[in-house]
Design a protein around this ligand. Sequence first.
Ligand code: NAD
Length: 354
Amino acid sequence: MTPSTNPNPSKLAMVPFVSVDDMMKIVNTIGAPKMIAEIAEYIEADFLRWDMFDKTPRVAAHSKEGVIELMPTSDGETYGFKYVNGHPANMARGFQTVTAFGVLARVDNGYPVLFSEMTILTALRTAATSAVVAKYLAPKNSKVMAMIGNGAQCEFQALAFKEVVGIETVRLYDIDPAATEKAVRNLSQSGLTVVACSSAQDAAAGAQIVTTCTADKQCATILTDNMIGSGIHINAIGGDCPGKTELHKDILLRSDIFVEYPPQTRIEGEIQQLPDDHPVTELWQVMAGQAEGRTSESQITLFDSVGFATEDFSALRYIRDQLERTGHFVELDLLADPDDPRDLFGMVQRASME
Ligand code: NAD
């Protein structure tokens, strides 16, 4: 075989890369509410083919400051993973609490087919998941949501519940008034009625849905039992690590609890406060009609959200499908792929002669 002068001639191995800038362009081209609703459809579709996925609790490296996690899954044709951190002290140091990137790859040859930023995409997919779940569990015709914790995830959640669930009013509370002011400002053109509240209890008053989305590396009590009346749907997002919860245990004992993947949620979710055999319902079963969701007006439903790998897989699948539609990506020379697969060294050598 004649050696090629191009060090990496086929370029078949170029990998589409969606940068933060590209992701922002994609969001602004499609529109955040529409994009969240579209991602929600992908997430629901993947929950409905639950058996096809390889599933494992995420692989976590804990430190006193936070956690770094890998979240892999595969549907047999495509493999995906997300790298994500959670560092509650970051915000005070001027860093994001959560940052992420992810990859999709072909299972048949292992070649990546997408490399993407996922800090923004995680916020979109978390909001989309919350809203899909609320479709099944929240009281019918819910119009008011309390949003406790007004950080990076907040506006995405609010928009998702407006678009997918039909929420008309959000009642915001954060221990830091600057966070609430930011969210009020960012949601001013959203079509939502936005109310800044003076306490978590004030925010929860009159809400049919209560979302908790705070970050603290400890077992916190964002909601106490007296704040949660009958018939409420709780969308608990912030408790997603061992030793990091948001709800008083008494609320869990009064609620019907719904989870993504029990082996992961038992480690990371609110239910780490309960015995290992405490009954929970898997969301995919509710979506597939194999288990009941909300069964009465007085029932308290709790989505003990921790974020599962299939949701990231769905979000990445969605982004891959938008590449042609939006054109917002660059080709990344990520894989060394010599014409003669055995001539990796020769490819390096030829590059020095160029
Ligand atoms: P962030 O740091 O941007 O915002 C957190 C907000 O919570 C801050 O504004 C902070 O002031 C506020 N807060 C802290 N303690 C509070 C309290 N006692 N009462 C009211 N507000 C309080 O973080 P973020 O990116 O918005 O993420 C929020 C949480 O959600 C994090 O714990 C993160 O790990 C988690 N998260 C979960 C998922 C999931 O899939 N379940 C996905 C993304 C993030």
